[in-house]
Design a protein around this ligand. Structure first.
Ligand code: HEC
Length: 113
């Protein structure tokens, strides 16, 4: 049994790790609101003017989420999405790092109701 009171360094490492998790969550939300909510809506329902125009699906719907894989979502956000030669969503590889895109994929998964 490890007595944590004897390991102040371990405690501060733990606090730092937790702070990191919280910060990463805030980043994904901030990026979502900056780049994505115009079409996909704050809650991912696609219920904005642009979202309706571009026929965004409802990502709070478990059935819609079930059609998506993390890999495909990552690729679509990074490289963009086209349908029948028309751009549905621009690539975000110039604005977001791979880590930020991964965090956004995790964020979208949590929009499921
Ligand atoms: C110009 C409007 C628009 C913006 C802005 C936008 N998207 Fe999209 N996105 C779409 C459309 C249209 C689709 C295709 C229909 C759908 O799946 O809802 C789509 C699809 C997706 C998909 C599903 C991809 C797939 O392979 O099926 C994901 C995930 C996604 N968007 C995430 C994002 C993220 C994250 C952002 C912000 C960084 C973003 N979108 C910004 C319009 C947009």
């Amino acid at each position: 049994m490890v007595n944590i009171m004897k390991h102040p360094l371990k405690i501060s490492a733990l606090v730092l790790a937790l702070a990191g998790v919280v910060a990463a969550g805030a980043d994904a939300k901030a990026n979502w609101e900056k780049y994505c909510k115009g079409c996909h809506g704050v809650e991912g329902k696609g219920d904005t003017k642009l979202g309706q125009k571009f026929e965004c699906r409802d990502y709070s719907d478990a059935k819609v989420q079930a059609t998506l894989t993390d890999e495909k979502m990552f690729k679509s956000i990074k490289d963009g999405l086209t349908k029948g030669g028309e751009v549905q969503m621009k690539p975000y590889s110039d604005k977001l790092t791979d880590q930020e895109i991964k965090d956004l994929v995790a964020f979208i998964r949590k929009l499921k109701k």
